[in-house]
Write a protein that binds this ligand. Structure first.
Ligand code: SF4
Ligand code: SF4
Length: 323
């Protein structure tokens, strides 16, 4: 029997230097980070038991972790694909050189608008958009660095500006791809299906349904014409359904989590889906044992039977086929 496929996500911290409008990760308190470089290297060593699809480095913002690029270098030596996601605010020229030297395969930077005022308002950092463009320049100048991707969260703040962003990214040869995500209930707030109706979050939610339809259909048309938009057509269409009727948005397929993805948080706890319990901890057991454990089997059963009208899937693991 062949090895199981595995995409490993390592969440290295749960802290961030920004205070974005769509995220309250900064509200989680100063939780201890138990993962160390040595522990993560040990976990990477254990991936030999799997057919590795790639390793994601996430957070919080993983670039705030002092040893993150040493880890990227270690993953590179093992010849696994690596990917890190960042707000890009701390990438100056010296940091860009370290990123390039590390051998990181892919760097996804969050850019919500090409217009400085809009991006900076969403992300709460004056000059934030310009810092990102400078960061991209620093990395591109070094040559042979990671592929650079842009992640953009669609919200009411940037809906008017998304087409300008898509056109600008298309023209920018330094950027490999653009990936859209739909605004979700801000991270680290109590679960609430009607979150988007709450006064606190109203500014985030796009209420002009005609505009949503128009803008996303225009993005679909641009993708058809060859734009480097990484979302599938089916996912872009699903965004329209989601924004028009979030309470009744429904995935059409059964959930595929539990088959090829494992997430390890900063405390070493391992999850197949964050809505279900942890299946183990990397400080107590090996990855293969955790993957094959009774706890994992029980959570997989729950995932197979999961009837959540789950919005997590629309952004992260959307797998409906294009037709
Ligand atoms: S969205 Fe990303 S950059 Fe913004 S506060 Fe959350 S983790 Fe930080
Ligand atoms: S909650 Fe969502 S991601 Fe988790 S198992 Fe259910 S459908 Fe899948």
């Amino acid at each position: 029997m062949g090895k199981d496929k595995m995409e490993l996500s390592l969440s290295l911290n749960n802290t961030c230097n920004l205070r974005c409008r769509m995220c309250r990760i900064w509200n989680s308190g100063e939780e201890e980070n138990k993962l160390t470089l040595e522990k993560c290297q040990g976990v990477i060593d254990e991936l030999g038991a799997f057919e590795v699809k790639g390793v994601r480095l996430s957070g919080g913002d993983p670039l705030l972790v002092p040893w993150v690029l040493d880890l990227a270098g270690y993953i590179n030596k093992k010849k696994y694909h690596s990917c890190a996601t960042t707000n890009g605010s701390m990438i100056n020229e010296a940091y860009a050189l370290k990123i390039v030297s590390s051998g990181l395969s892919n760097l996804n930077i969050s850019l919500d608008s090409y217009t400085p005022g809009i991006h900076d308002t969403i992300r709460g950092l004056p000059g934030g958009r310009d810092r990102i463009m400078d960061a991209i320049g620093h990395i591109a100048k070094k040559g042979s660095g990671p592929e650079i991707g842009i992640n953009t969260v669609i919200s009411n703040f940037n809906l008017d500006d998304l087409l300008i962003l898509a056109d600008a990214i298309q023209d920018d040869k330094r950027i490999n791809h653009l990936y859209f995500m739909a605004i979700m209930q801000p991270f680290n707030t109590p679960p609430d299906k009607g979150w988007f109706l709450k006064e606190d979050f109203r500014g985030l939610w796009p209420e002009d349904k005609d505009k949503v339809r128009y803008v996303i259909n225009e993005l679909i048309a641009r993708k058809k014409s060859g734009y480097k938009i990484n979302n599938s057509f089916a996912q872009l269409r699903a965004f329209v359904d989601y924004f028009l009727d979030p309470l009744h948005f429904a995935r059409k397929n059964t959930c595929n989590l539990g088959k090829e993805v494992m997430e390890v948080n900063q405390m070493g706890d391992v999850f197949l889906c964050h809505l279900y319990e942890s299946i183990g901890n990397v400080f107590q057991d090996s990855l293969s044992n955790i993957w094959g454990s009774e706890k994992a089997r029980l959570v997989r059963d729950k995932i197979n039977r999961c009837s959540q009208n789950c919005n997590l899937l629309i952004n992260c693991y959307f797998e409906e086929e294009d037709v």
